[in-house]
Design a protein around this ligand. Sequence first.
Ligand SMILES: O=C(O)CCC(=O)C(=O)O
Ligand SMILES: [Fe+2]
Length: 307
Amino acid sequence: MFQATRSIFSQGLTKNHACVQNKTSILTRCFSSIEPREPVLNVEQFQQALLKHAPLISKSLVTQGFYATPEPFSVLSKEMITVMREQSINLRNEGRYEQSWSEKIDAVTGKVTRFDKQGVFACEPDGQDYDTAPDLILYMSVLLQTLPELLNVCQERAGDVNDDIEAFGLSMSSFNAKLAVTSPGGSVYPLHIDNPQGLQANDIRKLTCIIYLNPDYETGDGGELRIVSAVDEKIDIPPDGGRMVLFWSDEIPHEVLPTAPNADAGDSSKDRYALTLWIPTDNYQAIHNPRSKFSVLGDEVFSKNNS
Ligand SMILES: O=C(O)CCC(=O)C(=O)O
Ligand SMILES: [Fe+2]
């Protein structure tokens, strides 16, 4: 099972990744001192946990535009999240992370400008990272093979497809992945929507799915994900344990509040790790659907913030 997953996965993602991979990381990877190991993720247990949460995720996405697991270790155990954090750190030690950046769109001119996110570093894990981070790769593989179909089926069974609500049509064949670390000392992500341009930019990402890898998170460590699900409704979700959060990539504004604002930037115990998967839709009508109840949320929130 592990072997099969591994080869399918590396073939699928390696090609896509070739263009962003730099030479330094190839070299450091060849001479890595970390012994390759087998993953310890219990695939069946993880799939069962996804199965249990799927109806709630589907319903909550339809009604609120987002879902957060109620407990920090609902889908994966503390031990598993600890292993995944260690593997994320190992990738960092191999030089796999780069300065993270994003794009801003000017509301008036529509001009897109790129900016660095201070104190945020990220990598795009793929099949080539398997020896260093087998559980991260297996997690991504199992999630992709399980969750999109489960959510599509749950939505159909609940009868939640109608004139206003398009079928999710979540894709099972591709996704984008990002492993990001946000440094203590107050690093943030400004308010944004992950896929603001949609089809105009050939961006068909529909669902953002984040798992936090912060097993020892304490109250006061900050870095909450602030989701704006209605103009005057903000929900702050702590990035604790292995909490999983999902929301519509094309509709839901969100930001990350300062990470451990009172800690030293070099205090690695307060680094905030998050593994994000973006799942595209095969139903293009679902992207920025004008009849969706969240269709004007972004415009309302950003115009309010600018006034
Ligand atoms: O790490 C998080 O909580 C959110 C990250 C995010 O918004 C993004 O990567 O676009
Ligand atoms: Fe985002």
